[in-house]
Design a protein around this ligand. Structure first.
Ligand SMILES: Nc1nc2c(ncn2[C@@H]2O[C@H](COP(=O)(O)OP(=O)(O)OP(=O)(O)O)[C@@H](O)[C@H]2O)c(=O)[nH]1
Ligand SMILES: [Ca+2]
Ligand SMILES: [Mg+2]
Length: 730
């Protein structure tokens, strides 16, 4: 840039120089000869051409962009190259812009230029051009024009230029005219200061140069810095870009991984779902299959159902018919059973009668034997008496009495007894045995104790005793009882009863009671006397239970029964002989129950008879005396003989009697309870004397029997009518 600058700057100078030279030359040429006019014209034409070329050159310089015209702006750019101010350049532009449109065409420019040149050559003709040129001139050589230094010598000029070149002023100084003026002034006025001024200028310019260089260096450093900075920025940018890229990649990688994991998960889920779906589909298929099968089945079942219904109807009809038949059969069966029952009863009766008659016969024979023995003995005695009449008359009598006493305890004694008057049992017993109560009996059945001599009237043969009571073990009063036959007294009370003498021959005496009780085919046994004082029950009982009383002798069985039936107690009751019975009707809940109470003899010798009664018993009462340990110990034996006869099918009531005699108690209540518990018995402690627990205990047993019978009956009904039961449940 420095080269064109210098060139452009120097050109006007040369131009000015040229023009100055031209002017000088022209001024010199005006004065020469007119003959040279042609030559001059030629020269002028050549000058014009040169001027045109120069003008074109200048135009191109101004129109740097090659637009083909020059704008006011382009002209102002010359301000840096030409030593003209902006205003002056404006003026030049206005002068050249002939049509005033703000643009200088090459023609306008050349024309303006040539005009300027022509006006220089012909000042008179071309005023305007001259004015412009003059102004231009003035401006260029302002200082010279103003201070009349116009004619500065060429030496000085060269000198100054040399100085400027030496100082390198062009590089730092734009306008050197001021310096030049000052330098010229100084040279003219104070030449001795010129060297000082030049030194000063040298220093100044060198400093300026330095400053310039420094500035350039700084500029260079700045540029380098900028470049470095740019580079750094670039680097940073690239780094950042890289980082972003890596981050992006990482992110993408992560994202991809996550995506992959997620997609895998989803795939698995999908797989699971698919499997599930598959399973479901299979299930559905299976179900559909089942459904179809069921549908099919349903149809089949429907058909079968219809068939079954028909069959059912048929069967129902058949069932009805069969049930009718069954009813008929049942009725027949019932009648047959009744018949069988009757037959059985009859047979049993027959058996009893036979057994009894056999027993009676046996007993009669035994009695006969006894009687004969006695007779024999008596005869021997009489014979002895005859032999020893005087000697031992008294002694003989005593011996005979003693032998009678021994027999009197036997059963037969009662029947061969000659007296016709029946007395109370205890009295009777005492008289029969002639011994105090509770004497133990030997196996033969004879009392072991002796009767006090003189208590009996001596008489021939057996004692003339009234017939006491006849005990019939075969008697089954159920038919009569249930027929209401027992509503009348079955026999008179023993106290009132008059029984005719039965004769000496020990026969079983049944006839008299038979006469008295016509309702019974065989007559009532004496034992039934107990009923005589019973108030007749208001109505016939619904059922009858046979209850057998057992227990050691003297535990109080007979006393208990008397208390229960007659509600009275007689101390010193005689021992029961054989067997006896009483009937008592009681109210159990809402039904009448007749209790046939069999009183057995506790004495050992009657055991075999007692045993037979267990078989017909509905219930058994085993009694012990709580003041007699031995009687309690015997209870087990009684229980086992009951069990032997009937198993455990009959209920057993265990009674501990004589509770009123607490002082002499030998059996604690706990023992009785324990025994009852062990053998599943009903247990009471009672007192025939006070009446405590007599009714309660028997009613308990009666209720138990009734309930048992009810249950059995229900069961029988259910068994007998299975069809009904089924219909009930259905
Ligand atoms: N203190 C008391 N004595 C009684 C009680 N019961 C009966 N006796 C007496 O015991 C004795 C025997 O009475 P019975 O009723 O004859 O005895 P038993 O069990 O019938 O005797 P056998 O007929 O020989 O089997 C009689 O002297 C009664 O007075 C009672 O509850 N208390
Ligand atoms: Ca005792
Ligand atoms: Mg008795």
């Amino acid at each position: 840039m420095a080269a064109p600058h210098g060139r452009v700057v120097s050109r006007p100078q040369r131009l000015g120089q040229g023009s100055g030279q031209g002017r000088k030359g022209r001024g010199a040429c005006l004065h020469p000869l007119d003959s040279l006019e042609q030559k001059e014209t030629q020269e002028q034409t050549l000058g014009q051409l040169d001027m045109l070329r120069k003008a074109q050159e200048f135009f191109q310089t101004c129109d740097a962009e090659g637009k083909g015209f020059i704008a006011r702006k382009d002209m102002q750019r010359l301000h840096k190259e030409l030593p003209l101010s902006l205003e002056e350049l404006e003026d030049v532009f206005d002068a050249l812009d002939a049509d005033g449109n703000g643009y200088l065409t090459p023609e306008e420019f050349t024309t303006g230029f040539s005009h300027f040149f022509f006006s220089q050559n012909n000042p008179s003709q071309e005023d305007a051009g001259e004015q412009v040129a003059q102004r231009h001139e003035e401006k260029v050589y302002q200082s010279r024009g103003n201070e009349d230094l116009g004619d500065m010598g060429e030496d000085e000029e060269a000198q100054f230029q040399m100085l400027m070149d030496r100082l390198g002023a062009q590089k730092v100084l734009e306008d050197e005219s001021d310096v030049k003026q000052l330098w010229l002034q100084l040279k003219k006025d104070e030449p001795h200061l010129l060297s000082n001024f030049e030194d000063f200028l040298t220093r100044i310019f060198s400093q300026l140069q330095e400053a310039h260089e420094e500035k350039n260096e700084l500029e260079y450093a700045l540029k380098r810095k900028i470049a470095a900075y740019d580079e750094e920025i670039q680097h940073l940018y690239e780094e950042m870009e890289q980082q972003i890229k890596s981050e992006k990649e990482q992110f993408l990688l992560k994202d991809t991984e996550r995506f992959q994991a997620r997609s895998q998960e989803l795939e698995q889920k999908l797989l699971c779902k698919e499997q599930e779906l598959e399973q479901l589909t299979q299930k559905q298929k299976r179900l559909e299959g089942q459904c179809t099968a069921l549908h099919h089945d349903k149809h089949e079942t429907k058909a079968e159902n219809t068939k079954l219904k028909l069959t059912n109807q048929e069967l129902a009809r058949e069932l009805e018919r069969t049930s009718w038949e069954l009813q008929d059969a049942q009725q027949q069966l019932e009648s047959l059973q009744q018949e069988a029952c009757k037959l059985h009863q009859e047979k049993e009766m027959e058996v009893y009668r036979v057994t009894e008659s056999l027993q009676r016969e046996k007993a009669g024979l035994l009695k006969q034997l006894d009687f004969l023995r006695e007779r024999n003995k008596h005869l021997r005695d009489e014979r002895d008496i005859c032999f020893q009449k005087n000697k031992a008359a008294k002694a003989n009598t005593a011996a005979s009495r003693a032998s009678w006493k021994k027999r009197s305890g036997s059963v037969i004694g009662k029947y061969v007894d000659g007296r016709g008057i029946l007395r109370s049992q205890s009295e009777e017993e005492e008289e029969v045995f002639g011994i105090p109560r509770r004497s133990s009996l030997g196996l033969s059945g004879y009392p072991l104790t002796e009767e006090e001599p003189g208590t009996r009237e001596p008489g021939p043969g057996p004692y003339p005793r009234p017939l006491r009571r006849i005990i019939s073990i075969e008697e089954d009063p159920l038919p009569q009882l249930l027929d209401g036959g027992f509503e009348q007294p079955l026999s008179k009370c023993p106290e009132e009863e008059e029984v005719s003498d039965q004769g000496v021959q020990g026969q079983i005496q049944e006839a008299p009671p038979l006469k008295l009780t016509p309702t019974s085919p065989r007559g009532q046994p004496v034992g039934k006397e107990a009923l005589c004082k019973e108030e007749s029950p208001p109505s016939a009982p619904d059922r009858l239970f046979k209850i057998v009383f057992v227990g050691n002798s003297a535990v109080g069985k007979t006393s208990f029964l008397r208390r229960f039936c007659e509600d009275r107690f007689s101390p010193g009751m005689a021992a029961t002989v054989g067997i006896d019975y009483r009937v008592k009707t009681v109210n159990v809940d809402d039904s009448q129950v007749a209790l046939q109470l069999w009183d057995t003899a506790g004495q050992e010798r009657y055991r075999c008879i007692t045993q037979q009664f267990f078989r017909k018993a509905d219930g058994v009462i085993v009694m012990y005396d709580l003041t007699d340990k031995q009687s309690f110990l015997s209870v087990r034996r009684w229980l086992s003989s009951v069990e032997e006869a009937v198993g455990d099918r009959v209920p057993v009531l265990l009674l501990g009697n004589k509770l009123d005699n607490e002082k002499e108690r030998e059996v604690p209540r706990g023992l009785g309870e324990q025994l009852a518990k062990d053998n599943n018995l009903i247990f009471y402690e009672c007192s025939a004397s006070s009446g405590h627990n007599t009714k309660e205990s028997l009613l308990h047993l009666a209720r138990f029997l009734k309930e048992q019978e009810d249950t059995v009956r229900e069961d029988t009904i259910q068994v007998g009518h299975p069809a009904k039961k089924k219909s009930c449940c259905g």
